[in-house]
Design a binder for this molecule. Structure first.
Ligand SMILES: Nc1ncnc2c1ncn2[C@@H]1O[C@H](COP(=O)(O)OP(=O)(O)OP(=O)(O)O)[C@@H](O)[C@H]1O
Ligand SMILES: [Mg+2]
Length: 376
């Protein structure tokens, strides 16, 4: 044999062994006697068994893996023995790996058992185990959102049904009919907003919310947001303290609009008729700060950390009388994060609240990027 061939073969062997050792998937080799022959780093971490301790032990000691229906990987008629006896590969999606050795909680895993043949005979099996906890968390979050969405949509749909029945079943005067239609229109608007918010949340959670950053003139966005909330104001004055010349922010105008409308809507919703709502904007060398202040119900200090959580609404009966889903501030915080900004809230229960968002200025952002490039 040529020396070059020998060197290549030993390099190939080393690569194969490294691939086994360094695979991110937990891999365990089990021989015909159902004893563990080897396991890689990932399998050591997942099972809690070191290689030295596991080698030569019955696979059942190291791999206590059961499906929800009780199928045991290493049982006499389980997938491992079947793979060894009949050369059958098995793929299972949801199972638990029990870790008696470390007394850690069982891990949700998927596993596959693949026979390793030597000629016609099955010489061993390779068990590959994958920790599916992160995938399951995503599925559970989606289920929770789905459930909450159905629940939240049920209320306006029930109201719509009632209103449409009244319109169909009764002889109504023209003013009565108009009043019912106006209610109906209000409910449809509420549903439309709710669906838009739910879609935003699902995009945010899936990491699919697209943001295109560019230089944004702040003035027109503020005007537009104030216009949009004007019909909600009733008797409340909306005071604006906005300097004529403001530096542009590095962001996206539609997202900034959405953030401001959410904060202004809350300030209006959670304060009594007639009490003022204030929007003030200031700039420093790095950022532009937008403050939305109200003199409304306020937020208890122990609830402050939760106001940005999905579906959070205060237990306060005053708040619960006002329609809402608890998604607005979750969306606000997610958007502000995506824009590279910061959101802050201060509040006094019974006195009022002020929400402040700070977004990077275009100049400051360029300077930061130049500094990052220079440092790298
Ligand atoms: N300006 C405010 N004053 C007092 N409480 C507030 C204010 N803004 C928010 N909150 C509290 O935080 C909760 C969450 O606000 P968020 O905007 O996320 O949801 P929401 O207004 O209830 O519903 P929506 O999804 O329609 O916005 C509110 O239900 C309320 O308890
Ligand atoms: Mg809100």
């Amino acid at each position: 044999m040529l020396r070059g061939d020998r060197t290549r073969r030993s390099t190939d062997r080393a690569l194969r062994s490294n691939a086994f050792e360094q695979s991110l998937q937990a891999l365990v080799i089990v021989d015909r006697e159902s004893s563990v022959v080897g396991l890689n780093h990932a399998a050591e971490r997942l099972t809690g068994w070191s290689r030295a301790e596991a080698r030569g032990r019955p696979a059942a000691d190291v791999l206590e893996v059961r499906t929800e229906t009780g199928v045991n990987l290493c049982a006499a008629n389980g997938p491992l023995r079947r793979a060894l006896r009949q050369g059958k590969a098995v793929d299972t999606h949801f199972a638990y790996l029990f870790r008696f050795r470390t007394s850690d909680e069982p891990v949700r895993v998927s596993y596959s058992v693949a026979p390793i043949r030597d000629g016609n005979d099955v010489a061993a099996v390779l068990v590959a185990i994958h920790d599916v906890t992160p995938e399951l968390e995503i599925i559970q979050a989606k289920d929770a959102l789905m459930l909450a969405a159905s629940h939240e949509l049920k209320t306006p749909v029930t109201t719509l049904k009632g209103l449409s029945e009244l319109l169909l079943d009764f002889d109504l005067t023209e003013p009565q009919r108009r009043e019912l239609l106006q209610d109906l229109h209000g409910q449809v608007n509420r549903m439309e907003r709710l669906i838009a918010d739910l879609l935003d949340v699902s995009r945010i959670d899936a990491g699919r919310m697209s943001i295109e950053l560019s230089s944004v003139e702040v003035g027109p966005v503020i005007d537009h947001a104030c216009e949009e909330v004007r019909p909600l104001l009733q008797q409340r004055p909306l005071r604006r303290s906005v300097p004529a010349a403001l530096p542009p922010v590095f962001g996206q105008s539609q997202k900034l609009h959405q953030i401001l409308v959410n904060l202004l809507t809350n300030a209006i919703k959670y304060s009594p008729d007639g009490s003022p709502v204030e929007l003030s904007v200031t700039a420093d060398r790095e950022q532009v700060h937008f403050g939305v202040r109200d003199q409304g119900v306020g937020i208890r200090s122990e609830d402050l950390p939760r106001v940005f959580h999905k579906f959070y609404r205060a237990e306060d009966p005053v708040v619960r009388r006002i329609p809402g889903t608890g998604l607005g501030l979750y969306i606000v915080r997610s958007l502000v994060d995506m824009l590279g900004g910061h959101v802050d809230v201060r509040s006094q229960y019974g006195k009022g609240s002020v929400f402040t968002i700070s977004l990077p200025r275009v100049q400051a952002d360029r300077a930061r990027r130049r500094a990052a490039v220079a440092a790298s």
